[in-house]
Design a binder for this molecule. Structure first.
Ligand code: KIV
Length: 259
């Protein structure tokens, strides 16, 4: 764990926007590490990579195997491990699992989704010297309906209180997912740690996206996703050309053969 990296990330607040993306494998990490401040081994691997219907069933072992691959090419970015569902239900489980993960992967920090009841878990892990990133708003492990957060007065108050609570518990940053623009702006101005938005407006201190969405490979593109490339279309085209070449006996040619 690099505490210097954590300090650097905290210093971004209001100075420079944090650039964050998810990674599940070494090949993507090799590219991402050159441009990102934070790389998250997200439990979105469940839906984006394994085609599961939600993120609740991804196992700790599967997450660890992806993180081991990502760690191989993470040099300059901060590597965050997303704690999967049911691995931090109480202080004892969270501590045991975090220690186990650290033995297997030398990640820099852990992300914990908020369910309104796990501040004590964050507090304890921070006390043990484990850097924690919070996650509020639409938290896929605990909410079934995908929708914008912060519409009603009570919900707005809860979001602000949760953000403040997570900061007080000692987290070094917080992901705001699908939080309405005005509320994301308010939270960002009220706390001293960086907010990282996903569908939560330009007012956050940084942005994160699921890389598979950004490159057009996931098939799930909510309005907050900007597809920077349609890789699905490019791959489809390449595979079609390969098929045609094989059928027409154009591939392999002499150059692709051992003579
Ligand atoms: O799992 C994930 O990819 C995430 C990001 C969307 C923040 O939690």
């Amino acid at each position: 764990m690099s505490l210097n990296k954590i300090k650097k990330i905290k210093n971004f607040k209001s100075k420079k926007k944090l650039v964050c993306l998810t990674a599940y494998s070494k090949s993507f990490t090799k590219i991402l590490d050159q441009y990102c401040d934070i790389i998250l081994v997200g439990d979105s691997v469940a839906t984006a990579f394994y085609g599961m219907k939600n993120t609740k069933n991804i196992s700790l072992e599967t997450m660890i195997n992806h993180a081991i691959s990502v760690k191989k090419y993470t040099n300059k970015s901060l590597l965050v491990f997303d704690m999967p569902f049911n691995t931090y239900n109480n202080i004892r489980d969270a501590t045991k699992n975090v220690k186990y993960i650290l033995k297997r992967v030398k990640c820099d920090a852990f992300k914990i989704e908020s369910n309104g009841r796990n501040l004590s878990v964050i507090k304890k892990l921070v006390k043990l010297g484990i850097p924690i990133m919070g996650h509020i708003g639409y938290t896929p492990q605990f909410k079934s309906k995908f929708k914008a957060q912060g519409l009603k007065e009570k919900e707005i108050k809860n979001l602000i209180d949760e953000a403040k609570g997570i900061e007080e518990a000692g987290a070094f940053s917080i992901v705001l997912e699908c939080v309405r623009e005005t509320i994301a702006k308010k939270i960002t101005s009220k706390i001293n740690i960086p907010t990282i938005g996903i569908g939560s407006s330009k007012y956050c201190d940084g942005q994160i996206l699921v890389t598979d969405d950004l490159i057009g490979m996931s098939g799930f593109y909510p309005k907050f996703v900007k597809k920077y490339i349609n890789l699905q279309k490019l791959v489809k085209n390449a595979v079609k050309r390969y098929r045609d070449d094989v059928r027409k006996k154009k591939f392999p040619n002499r150059l692709n053969s051992y003579n």
